[in-house]
Design a binder for this molecule. Sequence first.
Ligand code: PHE
Length: 358
Amino acid sequence: MTDLNNLKTHLLSQVDAAATLDSVEAIRVHALGKQGEITALLKTLGKMSPEERLVEGPRIHDLRESVTAAIAARKEALESALLEARLASEKLDMTLPVLPEPQGSVHPVSQVMDELAEIFADLGFSVATGPEIEDDWHNFSALNIPETHPARAMHDTFYFPDERNGHRMLLRTHTSPVQIRTMTSQEPPIRIIAPGRVYRSDSDATHTPMFHQIEGLVIDRGINLGHLKWTLETFLKAFFERDDIVLRLRPSYFPFTEPSVEVDVGYSVEKGQRVIGGSEGWMEVLGSGMVHPNVIRACGLDPEEWQGFAFGTGVDRLAMLKYGMNDLRAFFDGDLRWLRHYGFSSLDVPTLSGGVGA
Ligand code: PHE
C-alpha cells in the first residue's frame, strides 16, 4: 500500500523535475513502457485473488492515470516553452533598415531648391506652393495673357480634354500662377518664393517636358526696380558662393511684368571651363520685372497702392550652372551612377554656413 504511494510520489516528482522532452520520454518508458514499473504492477493483477484485485486494481489504475496525465502535462509545458524561446530568438525587427547604408542621395534639383529656400528665408521670404494642374485663368488670363494673346501659343501647353467649372484645365507652364494664388489669398505685404514642377511640350538637350522653376514675388508699397536688382544680386552671390557676380539687366517682354527685365550673369573661362563670376561672357539666368498693374488689379488689389516685382528661373538650369552638368535630360533618367557622380549625401542639409556660402 505505502509502496504504491511512494512510487506515485516518486514518479510524479521525477516528471515535475524533468527539464527536457528526452528526460520526460525516459521516465515514460521507465514507468509505462513494456518493461515499465507500472506495466509490471498491472501484470500482477492477473495473479491476484478477486478480493485482492478489487482493492489493488483501482489503486494501480489510478497510479497509471496520474502518471500518464502528469507526463502529458509536462510534455506540453516543455513544448510550449520551447516554442516561446524560438519565437523570441527568431523574431524580426521590421523597423530596421533593409540595407545598412542608404544607397540613394539627394537629387541636385532638391538640393538647389533647399539652397534657394535657405537663401530667401534669410531675406525674409516664405515658401508658397500651388497646384500643378491649373486652370487657364491662373496660368494665363490673370497674368495679363488673354485668350487671344500670342504668348499663349509660345507656351507649348499640355491641355486636359475636359473643362472644370467652365475653365480649361492644363498643366501649369510656369510657376507664375502661384503669384496669383498668393495675391488672392494673402494680404500684402507679400514676400514669397514658389519652387515647383512645370510642364511644356518640348524636349531636347536643354528642354524636358517637365522641369523645375522657382518664382519670386514681392508686393508692398513703394517697390521699385532697384529692390529687384539688389535682391537678385544678393541671391545669385549667395547661390554661386562668389562675390564677383556681375549682372546684366536687359529690357525684355513678359505680359505680366512692366517693365520686363531679362537677367544675364557674367562668366569667365577657367581651364577651358565656364565658371560663373567675372564678365568674359554672359549667360541668361532669369526673367523678371515689375508686376504689371493689370495683374495686381486682377487679384483685387489697387495698383496705385501696391507695387511689386517678380522673377522666375529654371531650377534645373541653376543646378547645371552651379554643379557643372551639361545634359538636362539626365536629371530625369533616374540613373544611380549619374546621381552618385553629381548627387549629394542624403544627410546633407544646406545652411548658410555650409552648402550655401553667405
Ligand atoms: N514665368 C516666366 C517664364 O516662365 C518667368 C518670369 C517670372 C518672368 C516672373 C517675369 C516674372 O519664362
